[in-house]
Each structure stands twice: as C-alpha cells, then as structure tokens.
Design a protein around this ligand. Structure first.
Ligand SMILES: [Zn+2]
Length: 317
C-alpha cells in the first residue's frame, strides 16, 4: 500500500514528506496511525547522536492508531522471538530489541506494518494523550522499578518540563517527595498545578536537605550538579543524555567517598508500557503536548529545539 511519510534524509536537515510503499510480512498486520509522539530520542537521532544509524530514516516509535477499527497502541520496539522466550520481562536488554523507526520504517507516517505481538488494546480513542505521555511514563516506571526506593523518599528529577520529565514527575509524585528541576522561573510556573516542588537551582538542598535519588533525564548538562544533591549511598538513575555529548564526571571522589550508585535505565519492557497506558487511561497523568499535522513536522522540530513545546510534540495523522 502507498502511504505518506516524513523522511529524514540528512542529519540536522528538514524532513521531506514523500509517498512510499509498505507491505506487511507474513506475521505482520497494518495499523492506521492516528497520532505519534516526537520522542527526545528522535531528536538525538535527528542530530546524528546515534552513531550506528544512517539516513534515510523514518523515525517515530510512540505510535497509536487503529487496527480492524479498534484503538491500539504499538509497543515501540521489535523483539526477536527467541529473546522473548529467554528474557522474562527483560526484553529491553535483548540484543535484537530495536526501537521502531531506527532499523525499520517508523511512525512518522500514515500506516505501519508490525508483528501482532506489538499491539496493545487502548482504553479509548484519545490517541493524542497517549502519544504525549506513554513513552515517558513507561520510561519512569522502568527506572523506578530499577531504583528500588522506599515510599516517601526524596527524589530529584532533571528536565522536568520535557516530554519524559513532565509526565515522570506526575507518576513519581504519587510515591515520593519530588523536586523538579527546570531551567527558568517561567518553566517552573508550568509545573504549578502538579504535586511537586519546582526548583531552578541545584543549591536547593542547602535549605531542603539532600535527596535519596536523582532521576537524571538530561545527562551531560546537569549530571555533575545533580549528583552533588545526593545523600550518602544515594542513587543516580541515568535515563538519558539529550545533548548526545560525552559525560565528564568532574568530582569522581564524591561518588567514591559517598558510595553513590549509578544505575543505567534502558527504555522499558512491554508490561511496563501496558502499565503506562493503563495509568494514563485512568486519568492519573495530565498529558502535556502540542499537536501538529504530518506536514508540519519541521515546525514541530523547530519548536522543540527553541523550547516552545511543554511536554511532547505530537503529530496528528
Ligand atoms: Zn519515546
């Protein structure tokens, strides 16, 4: 079948909207896409931050649409059958776990062919709210499962007004006392209705005390300061590195002397993505997003780069 898609032909250059042909393979079905989120990860790919990926690429893994007239989510990664048998809920660590839109055609398009295993029933047809929040909520569910924190712990989240952050802080605020770092007072105002303490400076702990854990979403730009906010035996959960730049730890002695743990958190498994969809469907997370049509994808990227999107940019298809 012939569909329209947004193609990345060269890193850091505008996408081009073109028609392409797709055909389902033997074990695949066709999902008509209604909404797709623009993930922070997509932006890193767009910048050329994943050295193993080469254009042309059709990105997009936060895919929501219709299969046989019913609303569905597409689990954002393809996983080999052999790995699924062996991994028991750790499929995110499989060697053949590949995020949709990186090795194969992704969701910045009108339809996708996908193994039936990837389909998850959606509770309702408000595709955009799921496209806004599902990847971020699943990411924090996974990170939180790894962190093993006591209820009521004190935590810091960096990048709290981004697509992952603004949904992550809402999820965590049901469990912990959450300090939400953003870069400016203006951005702090965006968080005013949420059950978190917005901060714009890392010296907050001088008054409020150090934290048990940091959920580090930003990476190289904030990691040194966020680490100094940790108590002894604190945990730093490294979720992302949005700049794609190397991370330089300026005070390694702080990690040693305080027995800080650094925990890497890689995406999520299917069960965690299902949990995220359920949580959003129950109205427990307020989705923050701005909608664009497929034709407006370059405007969406410009707005994200210029800090004009609170939460996710969502392509409505
Ligand atoms: Zn994502």
């Amino acid at each position: 079948m012939r569909i329209r898609a947004a193609i990345l032909k060269e890193f850091r250059k505008p996408f081009s909207i073109e028609e392409i042909d797709i055909e389902p393979k033997e074990d695949e079905v066709v999902v008509n896409i209604k909404a797709v989120g623009v993930c922070g990860r997509d932006l890193v790919v767009w910048k050329g931050g994943f050295r193993n990926l080469k254009p042309p690429l059709i990105l997009g893994h936060e895919i929501f649409g219709e299969y046989e007239g019913k609303p569905v989510a597409v689990f954002p990664a393809k996983v080999g059958k052999e790995c699924l048998k062996l991994s028991e809920g750790k499929e995110n660590l499989c060697n053949d776990y590949s995020i949709i839109g990186e090795k194969e055609i992704g969701g910045y398009s009108e339809a996708i062919t996908i193994p039936k295993w990837n389909l998850i029933d959606l509770p309702d047809m408000n595709y955009e709210k799921y496209a806004a929040a599902a990847c971020g909520v699943a990411t924090i569910i996974h990170a939180n499962n790894l962190a093993k924190l006591d209820k009521g712990s004190k935590v810091l989240v960096t990048g709290s007004n981004g697509g992952v952050g603004i949904h992550a802080i809402q999820y965590l605020s049901n469990l912990y006392e959450v300090y939400a770092y953003v870069r400016s007072e203006d951005k702090a105002k965006q968080l005013k209705d949420l059950n978190v303490i917005p901060i714009t400076s890392f010296d907050f702990y001088k008054n409020s005390g150090k934290v048990d854990a940091v959920f580090e979403i930003v990476g190289s730009l904030t990691i040194n300061e966020s680490m100094l906010s940790l108590k002894k035996e604190g945990k730093l959960i490294l979720i992302g590195n949005i700049s794609g730049e190397p991370i330089n730890i300026i005070r390694p002695a702080f990690i040693v002397m305080n027995e800080i743990s650094i925990i890497g958190s890689a995406a999520y498994n299917k069960k965690e993505y299902e949990d995220a969809i359920k949580t959003i469907g129950e109205g427990k997370i307020k989705p923050f997003y701005k909608s664009y049509s497929l034709n407006e994808i370059n405007n969406a990227y410009n707005d994200i780069i210029n800090g004009k999107v609170v939460g996710r940019a969502v392509l409505k298809i």
